[in-house]
Design a protein around this ligand. Sequence first.
Ligand code: GLV
Ligand code: MN
Ligand code: MN
Length: 415
Amino acid sequence: MRNLQVNGERLWASLMELARIGATEKGGVCRLAASDLDGEARRLFIRWCAEAGCTVTVDRIGNIFARRPGRNPELPPIMTGSHLDTQPTGGRFDGAYGVMAGLEVVRTLNDLGYETEAPIEIVAWTNEEGSRFSPAMVGSGVFAGVFDLSYGLERPDNVTGASLGGELARIGFAGPEPVGGRPVAAYFEAHIEQGPILEAAGKPIGVVTGAQGQRWYEVTVTGQEAHAGPTPMPRRRDALVGAARMIDAVNRIGHAHAPYACATVGFVQVSPNSRNTIPGQVFFTIDFRHPEDAVLTAMDRELREACAAAAATQNLDVAVEEFWYFPPTPFNPALVNSVRAAAMAQDLPHQDIISGAGHDAVYMARIAPTAMVFVPCVGGISHNEIEDAKPEDLTAGCAVLLNAILDRADFAEPR
Ligand code: GLV
Ligand code: MN
Ligand code: MN
């Protein structure tokens, strides 16, 4: 295991420059997928990659690949990266860190004149967040063959309905390359933890052994619009009252499967949203997560029962559609070992951890050996403008990424 260092100041400077694109007043970033700002961030990333001597390609779902050649061009690449899109109340590090850490790996190898055996590719995946266009991880999902290209391109903006494909074309990122269908020797992704575990343990490195499973739902509750004044309470079919009880049930289901279950309603639309009309329809989304598939299945059953019961009390119709699912995903033991060995080689305190968030690594794990490196984030806060991380932790995570990559890129033949 090699023990090379990266240039932490350069990594931090690139992160801060990138964070200016979509910067918010509270110190965060709002750079929604396939927006003008996403296009601007993509162009900056491409410029930096070209300056670092990489060959840049863009595929039809807008994924960007920056390739640093290896001694043996026949070998499949070692890939590393993450995403440049953010949540509406996003921070400076979620996604951006993994992409900039990949760039810093390449810049460091350039500084050292280090030629790897296998090529290295830095990737920026399209629409990881799943906020503007649902579901999440669309670019990596199409690359990994989980989604058809047409499904990916047709994803509608949650509010305006504009398609992801149309928006990518508009910002100049509907690329010419076919999506996926090529071998990847290994995929590594560096990311902030987005939770409180590493910070509480005082450990700068999380060796990510896998990611918990997720089930996403879309729920439509239908009642009847009626006048807020003349309609007596017993006659009402108030979709919002039903939805409120369902949303409360979602929260209870999360608590009932403590300590690991997570249950969130983050998107609600009320129709007609008029203050003196009883709501006739409510649409909302649910995000369930758990490291065990059996528990996710139990949560699914409880959700359906709770929604049916809440609808019955208000004389409503309810449709609960499972919109997206992936099972708990273990990462590749050999690559996880490379991450752990890289942390040990640097004397960095570390611990194994399961990812609470979804990541492009989850889909890459279906087609290539995959692992992740986590670093702590301040207060465990993410998907928030105040999201923060310590420069020294980001540097440590990037050095672990570099040496874990070298562990594979220098011995890329089967072994
Ligand atoms: C992606 O940010 C997720 O929701 O985990
Ligand atoms: Mn992310
Ligand atoms: Mn995120």
